[in-house]
Design a protein. Structure first.
Length: 280
């Protein structure tokens, strides 16, 4: 994926709008599911669906069983010093310190969507809304919402303020589908979060037949459950770079999305997807 410094900070953003490896694009990621097996970290039920049913449930990931929803994207730095070979060891040494998320209350979600979407906010209802395990200067949560036509938006949050990397925010619709239109990738972002940690988060959409979405990071085979609800999935992780000074273009290990059916069979792996295999 391509990485662009923002606001003169080591702020990194992954975009999933085009296949990885394309010079003008950066990867993205999705989150969602109708049959929820588990959520990211220890997070509990999220928002209620329009029908009044719980929109999602969460439970700890006791074992490496399911990867989350990030596009596996290679980080290529921009500016004076590209992040290439010298930074690979830092990524490989990275470790996931937490994937625990907590629900955002309905009142705050409404404020996040209003500030993110403006007049369009009334057309959408949130299906996944969680705080991330750690906060970065720009983000401490993510909200995915959908309208009556099944079109999704993704808004990152800081407190009760929302923002979107897309313009307009609905640009994530039908952005990039995995093999056989199984997983749709939205946006994935990454930013330093102080005290030697990095925040990674992303979201996406999954097709029918998928009961569980997980995320794996880098070369580590362990998979962490994504938060799923209303056809969307979200993941978030606190990452320790494994080195005191990872460099200005460090973006954390590449996240890879995995999807399983109700029988527990893996039916999609980003690591095996032809669109991304050259980047793995």
């Amino acid at each position: 994926m391509k990485i662009d410094p923002e606001d003169n900070r080591a702020s990194l953003r992954r975009k999933w709008g085009v296949p990885l490896g394309v010079a003008t694009g950066v990867a993205a990621l999705s989150v969602a599911a109708v049959a929820v097996f588990s959520g990211v970290g220890d997070a509990k039920p999220l928002l209620a669906s329009p029908a009044g049913n719980p929109a999602g449930t969460g439970s700890p990931s006791p074992s490496p069983s399911t990867p989350s929803t990030p596009h596996g994207s290679k980080s290529a730095g921009t500016g004076s010093s590209p992040s290439s070979a010298p930074e690979a060891p830092a990524r490989d040494a990275s470790s996931i310190t937490s994937t625990r998320t907590t629900p955002i209350d309905a009142g705050t979600v409404a404020k996040i969507l209003s500030s993110c979407l403006g007049a369009d906010a009334s057309r959408y209802h949130a299906v996944v809304a969680v705080r991330t395990p750690i906060a970065s200067p720009d983000w401490d949560g993510v909200v995915v919402a959908v309208d009556s036509a099944g079109q999704y938006v993704q808004c990152e949050s800081k407190g009760d303020k929302g923002n979107s990397p897309d313009s307009p925010p609905t640009f994530i619709n039908n952005r990039l589908w995995g093999t056989g239109r199984t997983i749709e990738y939205f946006d994935s972002v990454s930013e330093p979060a102080g005290k030697g940690q990095h925040l990674m988060l992303g979201a996406g959409h999954y097709a029918s037949g998928i009961a569980k979405v997980t995320i794996s990071y880098g070369d580590d085979p362990k998979e962490y459950p994504a938060r799923m609800a209303g056809g969307a999935f979200v993941y978030a992780a606190a990452v320790s770079p494994g080195t005191p000074k990872p460099g200005p273009h460090y973006s954390g290990p590449n996240p890879y999305v995995h999807a399983y059916d109700a029988a527990g069979k893996e039916i999609y792996s980003q690591k095996k997807d032809p669109q991304f295999v050259d980047e793995n």
